[in-house]
Write a protein that binds this ligand. Structure first.
Ligand code: SAM
Length: 312
């Protein structure tokens, strides 16, 4: 049993553990399920509790919830005393959530696509969500690239996405998304969640993941850190020298292939990085150093203080 929060107003009693009852409720309200929104309800109470325990939201803590659906996790958060801002795209679910949690002052519902709506809301320290599979990675990357940080996030994603989030250099799943997630957070994979824990059951397994803000990170990354990482992994078969050269050519030393090549070489030499190294073997501090050099080069060119090293 999850603890009952005595201060909460009465809410509609829903059995979130029963696929049959959720289906009947949707039918009664004339609502359908939309595949394109990745609507799978988490009907396993043990997993819901474990995810909420991992989030560890207490009395008065602000939590962003992504995709509340019919409110299974929302109810648990409110019972623990949290203040919830819930982002939901389905207008039918929003209507129903208002019926399920009437007069709930600790719940703010934000209707619309969270990829567009989140920027207009005041930040909260915690985030939870059984993320719709088609927007999960874009949403998390968008938070990080826009400097939106949470103290802790607990999300459910497809297993394959979870593997990418937690991967290190040299791992088969290491990607720009691994760098993006680990640039701000310690990524801890939690339980595997079988399809049968959801209604309707997806074909692939999911995984809970906890992201804990890394306290050693202070300040911001160089401006071109995230664009550079995305670029270098998009051409991961190329050597770092060629990838860097292309990046400089398209963004910094536009249209000058000789200058871009020479600058790429010089940056790698200065940082003592082999020209034939590949992005998939490099870790965050190396990308930071390269992007710092590129920011410096850009500033130098803007201020007219000479040309790039390679152009001299
Ligand atoms: N939290 C509920 C649960 O655990 O049972 C539902 C999770 S379901 C996997 C994903 C939810 O995200 C659905 O309610 C869906 O309508 C919502 N959703 C999908 N795309 C969205 C978007 N772009 N913005 C906001 N909500 C979205």
């Amino acid at each position: 049993m999850e603890p009952h929060h005595p201060a909460g107003p009465a809410r509609m009693n829903i059995n979130y553990d029963s696929a049959g009852e959720l289906k009947a409720l949707l039918e009664e309200k004339g609502l359908g399920m939309r595949k394109k929104y990745g609507q799978n309800f988490l009907i396993n109470p043990g997993i819901r509790k474990a995810l909420l325990d991992a989030l560890d939201a207490g009395e008065g803590d602000g939590v962003w919830e992504i995709g509340p659906g019919l409110g299974a996790m929302t109810a648990g958060l409110l019972e623990r005393g949290a203040r919830v801002t819930a982002f939901e795209i389905d207008p039918g679910f929003i209507r129903l959530l208002k019926e399920i949690f009437p007069d709930e002052k600790r719940l703010v519902l934000v209707e619309g696509d969270v990829l567009k709506t989140w920027k207009s809301r005041p930040a909260s320290p915690l985030l939870v969500g059984n993320l719709p599979y088609n927007i999960g990675a874009a949403l998390l990357a968008g938070f990080m690239e826009n400097g939106m940080v949470f103290r802790r996030m607990v999300v459910t994603v497809q297993k394959e996405t979870a593997r990418r989030m937690a991967a290190f250099p040299g791992d088969a799943d290491y990607s720009s998304f691994s760098v993006v997630c680990r640039s701000r957070y310690k990524v801890a994979p939690l339980m595997t969640i079988k399809g049968a824990s959801f209604y309707p059951s997806p074909r692939v397994d999911s995984q809970g993941v906890r992201l804990e803000l890394r306290d050693e990170i202070s300040g911001t990354y160089p401006d071109c850190f995230y664009p550079l990482v995305r670029h270098l992994f998009s051409v991961r078969r190329k050597t770092i020298k060629n990838g860097l050269q292309n990046f400089l050519f398209s963004r910094i030393i536009k249209g000058d292939s000789g200058g871009s090549a020479a600058s790429a070489r010089e940056i790698l030499k200065r940082l003592d990085i082999r020209e034939n190294e590949r992005a998939e073997n490099l870790d965050i501090p190396v990308f930071v150093r390269i992007s710092g050099e590129i920011d410096g080069l850009r500033d130098q060119r803007k201020s007219g203080r000479g040309r790039s090293p390679g152009e001299r």
